[in-house]
Ligand binder design. Structure first.
Ligand code: SAM
Length: 233
């Protein structure tokens, strides 16, 4: 495998630290990387689990018309949602205003499709506020209120590996109950994690029938086990 050092396409300072979009060439192909809060968050090399978060959950639902995605990242989960023609409206809530602007400017192919897709809207906001027990009307700009048929959360590497300490509140039992309360009958809440999360599984299981879907992933010679937690109220 041949690859070169990443080159910064665009960067910004936020109250949570640096956010940056970088690119590099690996075996002749362009790979995009996202840095959030000063640390590497993801790249576009293997997005199978981000895609699976959408595909595996949509496959279980009979009529997923309204979908909410928490965490834009490089947009792979969101774009997979849009590939399902039953989805009439996708709302993505992203904390970092700069990243939302980069999507609107189309700075990567995936973000570009999302930024101008007729069935999608990307909103600046904190998904913890949107799913809170008492969501404030302005929690995310221009976001119509729930319920949603499907709520997909990929804002951290899981509750045991947060991107921001403030996100811990998303995985508290009362917040999970509140999030489930914003899911339509027959719908689902799904949470992505970069490792098994037994406490999250137990907390969700106390609230609704919950499934753990593990994924074996090989990254740079290492075997990793990611997981999706799918709760159906
Ligand atoms: C790992 S990335 C998501 C990857 C995405 N699933 C994809 O397919 O590209 C996590 C994203 O969640 C955002 N984020 C983190 N905390 C958030 C919060 N509380 N509310 C909304 N977005 C948040 C980060 O800024 C980042 O864009």
């Amino acid at each position: 495998m041949t690859h070169e050092d990443p080159r910064t396409v665009v960067r910004a300072e936020t109250p949570r630290g640096e956010i940056a979009l970088r690119e590099r060439t690996v075996d002749g192909a362009t790979v995009h990387e996202l840095v959030v809060a000063g640390v590497f968050a993801m790249d576009s090399r293997d997005t199978s689990t981000e895609t699976a978060l959408a595909e595996r959950t949509l496959a279980l639902l009979s009529s997923p018309e309204r979908v909410l995605v928490g965490g834009l990242g490089l947009g792979f989960t969101a774009l997979s949602v849009l590939k399902d023609s039953r989805v009439r409206r996708l709302d993505v809530v992203e904390l970092e205003e700069d990243l939302v602007m980069w999507a609107r400017l189309g700075l990567t192919p995936t973000l570009g499709v999302l930024g101008r897709h007729p069935r999608a809207r990307v909103h600046v906001g904190d998904v913890a506020d949107v799913l809170a027990v008492d969501p404030s009307p302005g929690a995310a700009e221009y976001l119509p209120p729930g319920p949603w048929d499907l709520v997909l959360l990929d804002v951290d590497n899981g509750p045991s590996f947060l991107l921001h300490p403030g996100n811990a509140r998303i995985y508290a039992a009362d917040a999970l109950a509140s999030a489930l309360g914003q899911v339509s009958p027959g719908g689902a809440l799904a949470i992505w994690a970069a490792q098994r999360e037994p406490e999250l599984l137990a907390r969700l299981t106390d609230l609704a029938p919950t499934q753990e879907i593990p994924f074996a992933v090989e990254r740079e010679g290492r075997q990793l086990e990611y997981a999706i937690y799918l709760a159906r109220p």
